[in-house]
Design a binder for this molecule. Structure first.
Ligand SMILES: [Zn+2]
Length: 145
């Protein structure tokens, strides 16, 4: 039986680039809310992560130890993002996946904190899902140069 669990981010590690659609800053999304509406729809932690690109503290996500078979969905819009079959133990302290479901996520370049990183977002609502990392050797790393 498939189950759904809302994914709170700070957690996307080691995705393969070929399956991620790059997005632009001017992209519009199917699910759009005002800032005030997002604050009402999400918990404070969900709002901080999804709408302000904050990261959960490592090793605090209840999904870190989630190993049931199912699908992880966006906490903002319920889009199906990742199969449980692509979740792996990265050792980073965040739930990690090596591949998204088709057309589920996009990427943008993030240059905060003096380094260039690849941010992963939901294609339906633009919610921040986490960062792609090359620091995880296996399964296949992100490969962003
Ligand atoms: Zn979403």
């Amino acid at each position: 039986m498939m189950t759904r669990r809302a994914l709170l981010a700070g957690s996307i590690i080691g995705m393969t680039v070929g399956r991620i659609a790059a997005s632009s800053a001017a992209q519009t999304f199917e699910v759009v809310h005002s800032d005030a509406e997002w604050r009402k729809l999400l918990t404070p932690v969900q709002y901080a992560v999804l709408r302000q690109a904050a990261a959960e503290r490592p090793f605090t996500s209840p999904l870190l130890g989630e190993h049931r078979h199912g699908t992880f969905v966006c906490a903002g819009c319920k889009l199906r993002l990742f199969s449980s079959g692509t979740k792996f133990e990265s050792g980073t302290g965040w739930p990690s996946f090596w591949a998204p479901l088709d057309n589920a996520v996009g990427t943008t370049q993030d240059s905060t904190f003096g380094m260039t990183r690849t941010a992963v977002e939901c294609t339906r609502c633009g919610g921040h899902l986490g960062m792609c990392s090359m620091m995880v050797p296996s399964p296949p790393a992100c490969g962003i140069a």
